[in-house]
Design a binder for this molecule. Structure first.
Ligand code: UD1
Ligand code: CA
Length: 493
């Protein structure tokens, strides 16, 4: 039984790539397990790692390895998993339901049942191994295609502590004969085997179909083991090829400690990729998967970059900034401890320290937003400034306008939000309240301490405060009166 597929191009030693021009390699990802040890209401593969659910990485590895179709086997929490996959990968990924978790072999059967009839080969791996990369999958597939006689290609790793893993058994000639699960090992010699099964299997769909049908739950756990495919194929006279693989493909996640370890490794990998692309990243920064950072940008320690965040070339994100879905322009400077979400910062703008940009803030080129300024759904034009202590909600602020310290946009009347419009070059004196809806015209001037309740024409001065009165000598008289009263009280005692 042999299906040779001369479709592989690429270098077996380094990065490998599967030629999908004939488009017939399916990936089956097993992700139906509950993940009991996570002690969670959320299915294991939906726990986040560097900003994405664990299962995301398995799916991407399959797609990037060139698989023409991807089937994810779901069970526990399948509504959540299915919804995520549909939203993120659209019709590139399908799901198959394994209603009852009767073992990895049963899950593989469910997956194979959903693979299209045209798929000639399939690669099966687990959905809880986020550090596994496309090249690991491609390597195994490449060997399946390139070896002269290969019915099953499977990844293997040699580790110091093989406890808990399925061991690779070989015959006297070194041929792989079986994978035996830890609990089913029969002797100390078997327990001493350090070559283990990390869980990447590739075979033709014909071989898989036949061998998966032949599975029996004759093992310690009473489950159908995917790993028994190996002994079945071997017994039929087929050839199983072991493909030495990186230890990373092993980092399966069963509990939250392992999740933390895998996440640390993934953050390190992401940071290192950015550094190699010309970004300075200090230790302790956390950059999620998918964040883009331009050349010569500097990301200081304690910075957290999440979601669809993009940092422009040469920008500086200083210590402790937390950005979620923020587009930062070239050369912008984000000073320490600024928090921003769903916002845009223009080229060369300066933010912080301690600024809070809430959703839909749009800070123009060269604009400044300083300490303790909160913005929400507000656009600042080019070169506009709000340097200290302000709340700017639902605002449209023109070019080069200057918003003084303590300015509040009173945008909410308890029922509705209203817009404050400040035209180009206007100057808002400190401690002003702008009661929206209101328009302050171009170049207008709002005097310090003003409560603006109606529109200010361009070029006008708005002032609304009680006129100051000075009472000569009053303070001195008051002081001596108080002093005398105090002394009289003392005498009485
Ligand atoms: C499995 C392998 C073992 C290997 C180890 C590597 C088998 C029988 N054993 O053991 O040889 O060394 O992984 O980490 O395959 N799943 C389902 N449906 C099920 C059972 C499991 O979808 O009915 C999924 C799980 O969600 C998980 C994956 O399969 O993503 C692996 O299952 P798990 O129970 O963790 O297998 P291990 O005991 O770790
Ligand atoms: Ca596991």
């Amino acid at each position: 039984m042999r299906w040779i597929r001369p479709r592989f191009h690429g270098d077996l030693g380094g990065m490998t790539e599967v030629d999908t021009s004939q488009g017939t390699t399916a990936a089956i990802i097993l992700a139906a397990g509950q993940g009991t040890r996570m002690k969670s209401a959320v299915p294991k593969v939906m726990h986040l790692l560097c900003g994405r659910p664990i299962v995301h990485y398995s799916v991407r590895a399959a797609l990037d390895a060139g698989c023409s179709e991807v089937v994810v086997v779901v069970g526990h929490g399948r509504d959540l998993v299915t919804a995520y996959l549909a939203k993120t990968f659209g019709d590139r990924v399908r799901t198959a339901i394994q209603a009852e978790q009767r073992g990895t072999g049963d899950a593989a059967r469910a997956g194979l049942g959903a693979v299209s009839a045209g798929a000639r080969d399939a690669v099966i791996f687990y959905g809880d191994v986020p550090l596994l990369a496309a090249e690991d999958v491609a390597h195994v597939l490449a060997r399946l295609f390139a070896e002269p006689k290969c019915d099953v290609a499977l990844a293997t790793c040699v580790v110091d502590r093989p406890e808990g893993y399925g061991r690779i058994l070989r015959d006297a000639r070194g041929h792989v004969t079986e994978i035996r699960e830890h609990r089913d090992l029969r002797s100390d010699d078997e327990r001493a085997i350090r070559e283990i099964n990390p869980g990447i299997f590739a075979a033709s769909t014909d071989v898989l179909r036949r061998s998966l049908t032949a599975l029996h739950p004759n093992n310690a756990q009473g489950e159908l083991y995917l790993t028994d495919v190996v002994s079945i194929v071997h017994a039929e006279g087929g050839r199983v090829v072991a493909v030495p693989s990186r230890a990373e493909v092993l980092a399966g996640i069963n509990d939250r400690d392992q999740l933390a370890d895998a996440e640390a490794a993934m953050y390190a990998r992401i940071a290192s990729d950015h550094r190699r692309a010309g970004v300075t990243i200090r230790s302790g920064a956390r950059i999620d998967d998918g964040v883009e950072v331009g050349r010569d940008a500097t990301i200081e320690s304690g910075v957290v970059l999440r979601g669809a965040t993009k940092i422009g070339a040469g920008a500086v994100v200083d210590v402790g900034c937390v950005l979620t879905n923020v587009d930062v322009g070239e050369g912008a400077i984000l000073k320490p401890y600024s928090v921003m979400q769903d916002s845009r910062v223009g080229a060369r703008a300066q933010i912080g320290p301690f600024s809070h940009l809430r959703p839909e803030s749009d800070v123009g080129e060269d604009a400044h937003v300083g300490n303790f300024v909160e913005t929400k759904k507000t656009r600042l034009g080019k070169g506009a400034k709000a340097n200290h202590l302000a709340y700017l909600g639902d605002g449209v602020i023109g070019e080069a306008a200057n918003i003084g310290a303590g300015t509040i946009f009173c945008n909410y009347d308890g029922f509705q939000k209203h817009t404050t419009t400040i035209e180009a070059g206007a100057f808002i004196g400190s401690d002003s309240q702008i009661v929206a809806p209101v328009v302050i015209g171009e170049g207008a001037y709002v005097a310090t301490g003003t409560t603006v309740t109606k529109d200010v024409p361009a070029g006008a001065l708005a002032i609304s405060r009680v006129r100051q009165e000075n009472k000569d000598g009053y303070a001195t008289r008051l002081k001596s009166r108080l002093k005398a009263a105090k002394e009289a009280a003392k005498k009485k005692e």
